[in-house]
Write a protein that binds this ligand. Structure first.
Ligand code: ADP
Ligand code: MG
Ligand code: ZN
Length: 644
């Protein structure tokens, strides 16, 4: 992938944490050394000649010395011009000689006076000179420093250190439009809405609505986040500032912060506009007190400045901050707070249809042979992100070119897929066939049970496109409204939904996988709360074993009341019973509806995600077993009215 700019900066700032290139450093030191040397040399007296003290005395005694200059450490003296030298015209510059004084020669002054030598003395320490010799190298360094930092900054427009290097897109250069982005329709729709906010801000603000300040694009690498941002730049019709987060940070502390300030100043002047920060995680990593990386002060300052700027502009100032990251989990929570990046747009790996659409976009630029069926290619490339698909088309074209074909054939694509798969399997999770089938049946199990349970809401979507960290598939079920109380049947239903995935695996393959671990964890926690907190066990009755406040003051109190070993055993047994029963019930339901299960799983394997009408029709054929209701509502009649 390429950066969205053609900026010919010679010196990408994020490569070397110390900024300067080695050669530059070397030249710099050479210059410093050279200047210091010349400086010292010029301060030396000219053409002085070291003479032994004894010779000096002899010269004084023989009357050759004209003048002496006595300082702490040496005596400089000048000889009287020799007569023949005058004739030759060389008198102008009698050479100066130097000798080291004997520390205790009390006779010297008298001797000099007796020969009528002119005596001057140098003050003990020449502080002006001393200061100057200290200051001069410092000044030099300062000067060089300045020169270098300008060097670093020199972009095409030679900006200064604190100026942001944001690029403003012009609408004329190679434009990316929303049509170039495919397979991420939901993200596209959301971003289009945001562009609408900017274009017609009056319509929203008139009614008192606040336009969102920050929008965060989240998704795995190569899914088209940067591309989407460029598309916005092309479509929005407002100025678009783009910058990668790592560009804020240079070797000088404070530069990043001032760049952020500068960027926002520019943006506010040009409002309405969009500011895009790519790879936000480079800047917005969590500010933990003891990170193992030393010297991230600069990053922290920059981040703080960004936060301050985000708080600083009015929601309706017409500046929308857009950012992208593929590692939302490392971001500082402060960034995600309300009023900052409070809108999150997920840009996910495409499903089969999406992949076909993306292939269509990229295939436009190559010659395809008639035998190429993009839909087949889409089916063969599960787990490929947009960038992988772009790469695939290119690889296939390269292969075809090597074979001197007139057009790219299906065989080229197949070869390219094989080549890429080996590399990709490690990089992004691409499941093998058995894994994919397991995930499909697992999710179908969740969906079937989920559609039967009270209060669980409609099953909106099932998908086996891996997303985020750890999840290989997901079933999206949205509750109809906010709930503050959960009824017992709903809790039991929830338990069954959680266990439905595992039950489907067992029923279909007669063997289970590790994929259900998260479900099992949640189910166990829920069952434990039923027994120990909600008093939903017949054997125990409404007895709280757990202390609720322990959740807030963790570590201060024992999570459980002091209980007898016997009671503890009972609790454990009750939890296990509840889970066992829920699991059995889930198995029962799936067994009864095995054809539906097969159907849904096959459809999932085919399309990778199911939603809307298709899903609704598939789920409409489910028949619940008769004993379901009585299991969900076990009843708790403890009150026995005795009739006389
Ligand atoms: P990200 O920023 O999410 O890591 P990029 O936007 O840099 O990914 O995508 C890299 C390249 O992959 C794009 O320039 C484009 O050619 C291709 N690409 C990625 N996603 C898509 C998509 N949804 N539709 C079309 N092309 C895509
Ligand atoms: Mg990117
Ligand atoms: Zn599951």
């Amino acid at each position: 992938m390429q950066n969205p700019t053609p900026s010919p900066r010679p010196n990408p700032p994020n490569q070397n944490p110390n900024g300067l290139k080695p050669t530059l450093v070397n030249i710099g030191w050479l210059v410093v050394w050279f200047l210091v040397m010349t400086f010292t040399l010029t301060r030396m007296p000219p053409r002085s000649e070291q003479v032994p003290y004894s010779e000096f005395l002899t010269q004084v005694e023989s009357g050759q010395v004209a003048a002496v200059r006595v300082s702490e450490r040496r005596i400089e003296y000048r000889l009287k011009p020799a007569d023949d030298a005058v004739l030759e015209g060389e008198t102008a510059d009698p050479s100066v000689s130097v000798t080291t004084p004997l520390p205790a020669d009390p006779d010297l002054p008298r001797l000099l006076r007796s020969h009528a030598v002119e005596i001057t003395a140098v003050p003990v320490s020449n502080w002006v000179g001393g200061l100057w010799s200290l200051l001069f190298p410092l000044l030099m360094l300062w000067f060089l420093w300045g020169a270098f930092s300008n060097r670093i900054q020199e972009g095409p427009a030679a900006l200064s250190v604190g100026k942001s290097k944001a690029r403003i897109y012009s609408q004329t250069e190679h434009r990316v439009t929303f049509d170039d982005v495919a397979g991420v329709d939901e993200a596209k729709a959301e971003l289009q809405e945001i562009v609408g906010f900017l274009k017609e801000s009056k319509r929203y603000t008139r009614l008192g609505a606040k336009i969102p300040k920050g929008v965060l694009l989240v998704g795995p690498p190569g899914t088209g986040k940067t591309l989407l941002a460029r598309a916005i730049a092309g479509e929005a019709g407002v100025p678009f500032f783009s910058m990668s987060a790592s560009e804020f940070i240079e070797m000088f502390v404070g530069v990043g912060a001032s760049r952020v300030r500068n960027l926002f100043e520019q943006a506010k002047k040009q409002a309405p506009c969009i500011v895009f920060i790519d790879e936000l995680d480079a800047l917005g990593k969590s500010r933990t007190p003891n990170t193992p990386f030393a010297g991230n002060d600069e990053r922290e300052q920059t981040l703080n400045q960004l936060l301050a700027e985000m708080d600083g502009f009015e929601p309706n100032a017409g500046v929308i901050l857009l950012a992208a990251t593929n590692r939302p989990e490392v971001l500082d929570p402060a960034l995600l707070r309300a009023g900052r990046f409070d809108r999150r747009v997920v840009v996910d790996r495409p499903d089969r249809q999406g992949r076909e659409a993306i292939l269509n976009v990229h295939a436009k630029s190559v010659h395809l042979a008639d035998d190429v069926a993009l839909s087949k290619l889409a089916a063969r490339t599960p787990g490929f992100a947009g960038a992988d698909l772009a790469n695939l088309v290119n690889e296939a074209a390269l292969l075809a070119a090597r074979k001197n074909r007139a057009a790219v054939m299906m065989a080229d694509f197949n070869e390219a897929i094989e080549r890429m798969l080996t590399g990709l399997e490690k990089k992004s999770r691409i499941l093998n066939d058995l894994e994919k089938r397991t995930v499909a049946y697992h999710e179908a199990g969740h969906a079937i049970i989920g559609s039967l349970m009270p209060g669980a809401g409609k099953v909106e979507k099932i998908s086996i496109v891996p997303r985020g960290v750890g999840a290989l598939g997901y079933t999206l079920q949205l509750p109809e409204d906010d709930r503050f109380l959960m009824m017992e049947d709903e809790i039991r239903g929830r338990l069954m939904i959680l266990l439905g995935g595992r039950a489907a695996e067992e029923l279909t393959f007669d063997r289970v996988s590790t994929g259900a671990s998260d479900d099992i964890q949640k189910a166990t926690d829920l069952a434990e709360r039923c027994i120990t907190l909600y008093g939903m066990s017949k054997t125990l009755g409404p007895v709280a074993v757990e202390r609720t406040q322990a959740q807030f003051l963790e570590g201060l109190t024992q999570p459980r009341r002091p209980i007898s070993p016997h009671l503890s055993e009972t609790i454990d047994r009750e939890i296990k019973d509840l889970i066992d029963q829920a699991y059995q019930m889930a198995l029962e339901i799936l067994l009864r509806n095995q054809t539906v299960l097969e159907h849904i799983a096959q459809n999932l394997l085919d399309a990778e995600s199911l939603e809307g009408e298709t899903l609704k029709t598939l789920l409409s054929n489910i028949r619940p077993p008769t004993e379901l209701q009585s299991w969900l509502n076990p009843g708790h009649q403890r009150l026995r009215v005795s009739h006389v």
